[in-house]
Design a protein around this ligand. Structure first.
Ligand code: BGC
Length: 756
């Protein structure tokens, strides 16, 4: 069963809308009065133990089986699922949502109401506020930005009746063509983890469980349910899994979603090495593993490997954690203690994240306030990539022409399960594909209108750009031309880095007519820019969210000083890709194939460093309307097991106006250290500095960022030697360097254990 074909069919029929899901939110008040596990003075572990002891096997089974929200629920054969009949499920599930797990009212266990995703509440029946794409907010390099965003979308989730948010995509950007790059936080494990963790903390701060995903190596959409990602254990631990490990430590998500793909020939959702050995044993993870929708392929293997909850039935072909789990429990092929463990983990998340103590209550959303949060996130995230002779900000230009990409109407968003229905409606309707993973959504935030409001004295007009000659003619009589280009990406497909249609020709036609050409790029990830040298300024907006138009206008006008930095490398050509041809791209759909991630942990800029490639734009790049000095770099290693490398430096605003910059610290290792590539990002700090202001920063480096993973002993190993510490404003803009000597160190991958 293809997920793509299933999606639209799962949309809920209108007849179901009459039933309020909140009618069945369990009555916790009664349980609170009497139940010892509702005693908030006890630890989450103690409360879970008390509660678990009260549960019957049937009740535990109810917790581990999740339903999708669509019409097909009514067609499920009731004999394959636990407990409830499907009519009850259909009555309670929130229409248009991702999923539902019934509650157990007698014990005060709430139903789990699940909603996508990282940019906001996704539901075609509920217009909600959309943050910029996760790749965009990663460009803020400020976890407080993603945390504020997470709190906002978590609040909307809660006010919409949801208590589980499938938010927190952090897969590393390995494949520039991946259609879901916009849902993730870039190519570096530390940055991806920090930015993802901010979002998760924000969501959970309002008592909504957040789900870090898609665990793991879900790096492309082509063949996502059939491919096997081949990668060595050390490389995995030092790349994608390092991002998950750090994000989990920094945000304690209640849940982890295992991905569709296989890893080294074993499906992620039945992969013991991944779910049990790495996640639960080594990282000491206490929450639960939920499957992606349709990612389960077995009962006994999945349950024993560490999957705790089957999600979104009937996305899977069988109710593996339904009656088949019951049978496996009775013949002992899945031990009873495993079911206890599954239930314990789910209860832990519900209790520890405050879901159980704070039942969801639907309420009104302050969209104006929430849209302002989305706008701030965009303003922190727009990346000024080029600004020759300070063409920007726009000062005093009288005739300004905007061209292309519906810049009169709105800004683009990505497609698929994370696509938020805009408040105010889709600004551009009727584009293909109208069905899954569409519709193509344009947030109704017009850059044209916003710029007109920003610059009331200028004459600002718009042309679609469909007619290249007309665009060039109009460009000739403008003081400055701003061309908007776009790339639509989404779930279930991968993209080309070439802009589609005649967008490249449009930029060239305009630029040759008027040298004062600015290009604003709205994209899911990196794109090629064959016209880079022909235009004076380039602003990367990714998908800038509900108020993206306003944010773009405020940066163009100078009201906001740009401060985003690339969380990814923009390659110059396909020759720089790890895989020149997209793996599986030439195979018929549903073919099984292997993707060999031979670059291992050398992802993104590490690959470019290793190969000596010059990218179009390097990781970390981002310009400002002011200038900064970065100096005073100090590095100190305190010797001894478990001790840390500490870094200090000073940032000074040397320009004429306030602004924000990011001090980025990279470490280069001696060859003998055996790193995957010459350098790694080991720390960063974004600071807001007024004109002339200086501030010192001190950072402590996580030792795993200096180590390699030794599979034979399951240890992290730091090689002794001289390391170079680099401070810069981008990976290709290093301002100062010092060296530091590190002593040999080994420490166990299993947390809390340092090997002497
Ligand atoms: C996506 C997940 C999403 C789930 C539920 C899947 O297709 O891969 O990211 O959370 O659907 O909608």
């Amino acid at each position: 069963m293809s997920l793509h074909r299933l999606r639209p069919a799962l949309l809920l029929s209108a007849s179901l809308l009459a039933v309020s899901p909140l009618m069945v939110v369990p009555q916790t008040a009664h349980a609170e009065a009497v139940a010892p596990w509702m005693d908030k003075t006890l630890s989450s572990d103690q409360r879970v133990a008390l509660l678990l002891a009260q549960m019957t096997t049937e009740e535990k089974r109810l917790l581990v089986f999740g339903y999708a929200s669509g019409d097909q629920l009514t067609q499920i054969d009731p004999s394959v699922i636990p407990g409830l009949n499907t009519r009850e499920v259909v009555a309670n599930v929130i229409p248009g949502s991702a999923g539902y797990i019934p509650g157990i009212p007698r014990l005060g266990i709430p139903a789990q109401f699940q909603t996508d995703a990282s940019m906001g509440v996704r539901n075609h029946l509920m217009p909600r506020t959309s943050l910029p794409s996760s790749l965009a907010t990663a460009a803020s390099w400020d976890p407080q930005v993603t945390e504020a965003g997470g709190r906002m979308i978590g609040t909307e989730a809660r006010l919409s009746g949801f208590n589980i948010m499938l938010a927190g995509g952090i897969n590393l950007l390995r494949e520039p063509r991946n259609g879901r790059n916009f849902e993730y936080t870039g190519e570096d494990p530390l940055l991806a983890a920090e930015m993802g963790a901010g979002l998760i903390r924000g969501v959970q701060s309002v008592h909504v469980v957040s789900t870090v995903k898609h665990f793991s190596i879900n790096a492309q959409e082509t063949g996502r349910t059939t491919l096997s990602a081949q990668i060595s254990e050390p490389a995995l631990r030092m790349s994608d899994n390092l991002a998950f490990e750090l994000a989990i430590e920094r945000s304690s998500p209640g849940s982890v979603m295992c991905s569709y793909n296989k890893i080294n020939d074993v499906y992620a959702c039945e992969n013991e090495a991944l779910l049990t050995d790495t996640l639960k044993r080594d990282w000491g993870y206490k929450g639960y593993v939920m499957s992606d929708w349709g990612a389960v392929h077995s009962t006994v293997q999945a349950a024993n490997a560490g999957l705790d909850q089957q999600s979104g039935f009937p996305f899977d072909t069988q109710a593996y954690f339904g009656e088949s789990l019951k049978a496996a429990l009775s013949d002992g092929s899945v031990p009873a203690r495993r079911l206890d463990d599954m239930a314990r983990r789910i209860l832990w998340a519900l209790i520890d994240k405050g879901v159980m103590d704070n039942p969801v209550v639907k309420g009104e959303i302050d969209f104006e306030a929430h849209h302002r949060i989305a706008q701030t996130a965009a303003e922190e995230s727009l990346v000024l990539l080029k600004n020759d002779k300070a063409l920007l900000p726009l000062l005093g230009q009288k005739r300004i022409l905007l061209v292309g990409s519906y810049a009169d109407k709105g800004v683009l968003a990505g497609g698929g399960s994370s696509s938020v229905s805009p408040v105010g409606g889709n600004a551009v309707t009727g584009l293909e594909p109208k069905g899954w993973p569409g519709p193509v959504v344009w947030q109704p935030s017009s850059p044209l209108k916003a710029l007109q409001a920003q610059l009331p004295k200028a004459r600002i007009s718009y042309l679609s750009g469909d007619d290249l000659n007309a665009a060039a003619r109009a460009a000739r009589s403008a003081d400055v031309v701003i061309v908007f280009v776009h790339q639509w990406a989404g779930e279930g497909f991968d993209v080309s880095l070439d802009l589609n249609g005649q967008q490249d020709e449009l930029v060239r036609a305009v630029a040759s007519a008027n040298p004062n050409t600015v290009v604003v790029v709205e994209s899911g990830g990196p794109v090629f820019m064959p016209w880079k040298d022909e235009v004076r300024a380039i602003l990367s907006a990714f998908y800038p969210g509900a108020r993206g138009g306003e944010a773009i206008a405020r940066v163009l006008s100078g009201e906001v000083n740009p401060s985003g930095h690339l969380p990814l490398t923009f390659p110059a050509s396909e020759a720089q890709f790890v895989h020149q041809a997209l793996p599986g791209g030439d195979l018929p759909p549903n073919s099984s194939f292997t993707v060999r991630y031979t670059e291992g942990a050398a992802v993104g800029y590490k690959w470019f460093d290793l190969k000596g490639y010059r990218p179009l734009f390097a990781f970390g790049q981002g310009l400002s309307y002011t200038t900064f000095r970065m100096d005073g770099l100090k590095a100190q290693a305190v010797e001894g097991a478990g001790e840390r490398l500490t870094i200090g430096f000073t940032l000074t605003n040397t320009g004429a106006r306030e602004g924000k910059t990011v001090g980025q610290v990279y470490v280069a290792a001696p060859k003998s250290a055996g790193w995957e590539a010459p350098r790694r990002l080991v720390g960063f700090r974004k600071l807001s500095l007024s004109k002339g202001q200086s501030q010192t920063v001190s950072l402590s480096v996580d030792p795993r960022l200096l180590a390699v993973y030794d599979e034979a002993t399951s240890e992290w190993v730091i090689a002794p030697g001289t390391y170079e510490v680099q401070l810069g404003a981008a990976s290709d803009d290093i301002r100062t360097r010092v060296t530091v000597t590190l002593a040999a160190q080994r420490f166990a991958a299993r947390q809390g254990k340092t090997v002497p």
